[in-house]
Structures are given as C-alpha cells and as structure tokens.
Design a binder for this molecule. Sequence first.
Ligand code: PRP
Ligand code: URA
Length: 210
Amino acid sequence: MRVHVADHPLITHKLTVLRDKTTPSPVFRALTEELVTLLAYEATRGVTVEEITIQTPVTETVGVKISEPRPLVVPILRAGLGMLEGMVKLLPTAEVGFLGMVRNEETLEPTTYAERLPDDLSDRQCFVLDPMLATGGSLAAAIDFLFQRGAMHVTAICLLAAPEGLERLEAETAGKDVTIVLGALDEKLDENGYIVPGLGDAGDRLYGVV
Ligand code: PRP
Ligand code: URA
C-alpha cells in the first residue's frame, strides 16, 4: 500500500478552516470540493493513458488520452458525496458508482446499505472518495468490495486519517495494488473512534444531523 500525505500550504490552510467548528455547512461543502480537486491532482498521477496523434493548427503531434475502460469514481455515502464534484471536475470522463456505508457508532463496524456499481470491474482503475479514514473499517470494506469485482487498482482520497486506520488498511489490503492520498495524517483516534484533532463528523457537517 502506498500512502501519500499532501504537503502544500494551500491544502493545510483549507483544512484548517474545515477543522474549525465555527465553519458553517456552505463553506464546509465548498472547501471539501476544493480540497478534493487539489488532492485529485496527486491521486490521478498513475492514471492509465495511451498515445494519440492530433493536428495542432501548426503541425501533427503526439499526445495522450485516458485509456479505456474509463476510470471509476466511487464516493462512499454520505460524506463521500461531498467530494464527488471536486473529483469529476478534474476527471470529467470518469464513470461514477456508489457505495452507501454507515458506521455503527458503538461497535464502530460498518454496514453497507446501498450499492450501485458495475458488476465487472476487470482492468478498472477505481478512485474511492471518503473524507474520513478513522478505524479504517469502512474504507477496508469498500476496497475489498471493489477488488472482489475485479478492480485492477484502487486509489482512495481522504481528507484526514488516523494512524490506527492506516495500519488496519495496510494489514487488510496486503498484496493488493492500493494507494491512499491524504490531506493530512492526524494524531490518533479518541475513545469514541473520532479522529483527533480531526474535524468532527464529516457527514453531519456537510449535510446536518439525521
Ligand atoms: C464516516 C466517514 C467514513 C467512516 C469512517 O461515515 O465518512 O465513511 O465514518 O470511519 P471508519 O474509518 O471508522 O470506518 P459515517 O458512518 O459517519 O456515515 P455518513 O457519511 O453517512 O455520515
Ligand atoms: N467519521 C467522521 O465523520 N469523523 C471521524 O472523526 C471519524 C469517523
């Protein structure tokens, strides 16, 4: 598993505003989108391309285009939905599949309540979107789901992660082609499974308490 932690003042600045508990939902949503676009630049570094020949107004030249099958972007509902627009802004030709998962706040184990993905993900590059990698249970289950359908490579983009969650993912995805791109790696999980210092409940801050 490869882990890339962003190191850019613009990302740290936007994350600081996102962490602030006084930041209201509309600003939180806008910043989430902007952060994903910045992180997507790094996350798509390995996207498969092939050479094509085109005519410029001056001459013929060789460039590249993103290969088929198209990459698949998979936001994990709810909070991952807040990252979708920022991702497809950079990768407009991607297909989008959905996974709905919720973590039981007592056992911290995830349950999958919705799934809309292609049956066959053979040769697909998949990009999973979830702002929070806490215990890692939700992301590990999502990644396992995609590999079971034949995915070739999975890149996850998360705004924040806890070291405990990364360790779990490392163990559970051993031998698989997985990349994790993070806005920041935080200190730890608290006794309720929340990331510290974190930003609180990402889904609630994006969409309100349900
Ligand atoms: C949050 C978050 C992740 C998960 C992370 O979702 O968006 O999916 O928790 O926790 P884990 O790493 O310990 O599994 P939540 O279950 O709160 O659902 P929501 O997005 O609908 O708010
Ligand atoms: N889910 C969140 O939304 N925030 C956390 O800190 C942990 C899990």
